[in-house]
Ligand binder design. Structure first.
Ligand code: NDP
Length: 483
């Protein structure tokens, strides 16, 4: 596979290069090798992308929604047909194992394109009768939307933003994380091939400053960011200055609460999915695992047993189920948190070691006897570090689960039906799970409350965030005026 893209940016239906921008090395996390180079967008490239989106949006919005939807559904088919190559590329870009990328990235992107493609023609206004007079509403696109992505799911993030935006008749300029610049270019290629007019979906590369200049451009109507809370604050504030719409998908420190009566095997599986998938680099991870005291020893023993099934290695090998961290920097952040956990007195049950070598591997790590005040229980680590906290009662577990600035996700494992729903009603989180964890089908809304974000991706809810309503009053009689 040729990893080096044709050029750094995809604008107005074509690959575009401008080597005047800073060179961004693309590093394969499994080996530390530079596998490609792209260049950060210069002001001229940023302007070109926005001008192209602005022009293309008008044409795209004039199409019938059925025609727009057909393009998205065609793009979904192409994406599925190319799943193998896209998954290999996703693995080079992120280091996530092919075993994951082949079922969770292009497939999820294709689901989003298919779902919103199918929904497009049903995005309508309404009619409100007022005696003889009436009001009708038009559901209109916002205009040019900017998407800014994190590095953990580059294909999925680009598709999750592009699909609802385009279904509603918007155009988009997307900036991937500079750590994973390759995959979004493929999404752009596929949309063009499926029939989207040139300029409807553009990709430009760059560090945070490129994102920042997109956010403040007067041509931009909406910003959708997937990133950390500190970046979210900056982007939200910059967008607010121009009264722009936003969707903020930010970080988390989500709880999984496991009661004594839970199915042990499922609870352990849920905690594995919620901590070690993608080497722990998932925003909705349930990194605070509250385990009721009666099941704690059995839980820890079974978790240690199941961790023997971890197979680390070359992530392109389909048998490997645990890959490296995305970057050396991220690996070092995770290692420093493991160090903090040990210093603060948490009990190491498994893992804890950085793997020597050129790749950015670190062992899946489990701490027990973690207390609410420890840094590993309060701060987002974004790596494979699972913290087990003990609890006695339901009330206590709920209060402690909610005692965080974040509110992205929460899960509960129990055999007691009413308790499960009581817990979910009490969770201060946007995305909740009962007896499972971390599934994100396109049909379900995904997003956070509190500091974890604003707005929702996926599901019909996303339409609200990529369209606006125009109310039109129609008078059937004469106009009454006071003089
Ligand atoms: P960052 O917040 O560092 O970056 C996110 C994106 O924003 C990157 O493309 C970054 O560019 C860009 N950016 C940085 N500064 C600015 C700025 N001032 N203006 C505009 N854009 C800017 O996140 P990471 O890439 O490190 O991703 C990890 C984080 O993302 C975690 O906190 C995780 O929880 C969160 N996340 C949330 C998800 C959700 O749906 N809620 C899903 C996945 C991840 P550059 O990288 O070039 O600096």
């Amino acid at each position: 596979m040729n990893i080096q893209p044709t050029a750094s940016h995809f604008i107005d239906g074509k690959y575009v290069e401008d080597t005047a921008g800073d060179a961004i090395p693309v590093i394969y996390p499994a080996t530390g090798e530079v596998i490609a180079t792209v260049y950060s967008a210069t002001p001229a490239i940023i302007d070109q992308a926005l001008a192209s989106a602005k022009r293309a949006q008008k044409e795209w919005a004039s199409w019938t929604a059925t025609d727009r939807g057909r393009v998205l559904r065609r793009a979904a088919d192409i994406m599925r047909d190319r799943n193998h190559d896209l998954s290999v590329l996703e693995t080079y870009d992120t280091g996530k194992p092919y075993q994951e990328t082949s079922v969770a990235d292009a497939t999820s992107g294709a689901d989003a394109l298919e779902y919103f493609g199918g929904l497009a023609a049903s995005i309508t206004g309404e009619h409100i009768q007022l005696g003889e007079d009436f009001v009708y509403t038009r559901r209109e696109p916002l205009g040019v939307c900017v998407g800014i992505g994190a590095w953990n799911y580059p294909t999925q993030i680009a598709s999750w933003k592009a699909a609802p935006a385009l279904a509603c008749g918007n155009a988009m300029v997307f900036k991937p994380s500079e750590t994973t610049p390759l995959c979004a270019l493929k999404v752009a290629e596929i949309l063009l091939e499926a029939g989207a007019p040139a300029g409807v979906f553009n990709v430009i590369q760059g560090y945070g400053m490129v994102g920042a200049s997109l956010v403040t451009d007067p041509r931009v109507a909406k910003v959708s960011l997937t990133g950390s809370v500190p970046t979210g604050r900056k982007v939200y504030a910059a967008a607010a200055a121009g009264i722009r719409n936003v969707t903020m998908e930010l970080g988390g420190k989500s709880p999984i609460v496991i009661f004594d009566d839970a199915d042990l095997e499922n609870a352990v599986s849920g905690a594995i999915l919620g901590n070690f998938y993608s080497s722990g680099q998932v925003c909705s991870n349930g990194t605070r695992v509250f385990v009721q005291k009666g099941i704690k020893d059995a839980f820890l023993a079974r978790m240690a047993e199941r961790l023997k099934g971890v197979k680390m290695g070359d992530p392109q090998d389909p048998d490997v189920n645990f890959g490296p961290m995305v970057s050396e920097n991220q690996r070092n952040i995770v290692a420093s948190y493991i160090e903090k956990g040990l210093t603060e007195g948490a009990r190491l049950i498994a893992g804890g070691n950085v793997i020597k070598g050129d790749g950015f591997y670190i062992e899946p790590t489990v701490f027990a006897d973690v207390t609410d005040d420890m840094a590993i229980a309060r701060e987002e680590i974004f790596g494979p570090v699972l913290s087990v906290l003990d609890f006695d009662t339901e009330e206590e577990a709920l209060a402690r689960a909610n005692d965080t600035e974040f509110g992205l996700a929460a899960g509960v494992f129990t055999a007691d039906l009413t308790r499960a729903h009581r817990m979910v009603a009490g969770f201060e989180a946007g995305t909740c799970y009962i007896n499972t964890y971390n599934l994100a089908p396109v049909e379900a809304p995904f997003g956070g409350s509190k500091q974890s974000g604003v707005g929702r991706e996926n599901s019909k809810a996303a339409i609200e965030h990529y369209s606006q309503i125009k109310g039109v009053y129609v008078a059937m009689g004469d106009v009454e005026a006071p003089f």
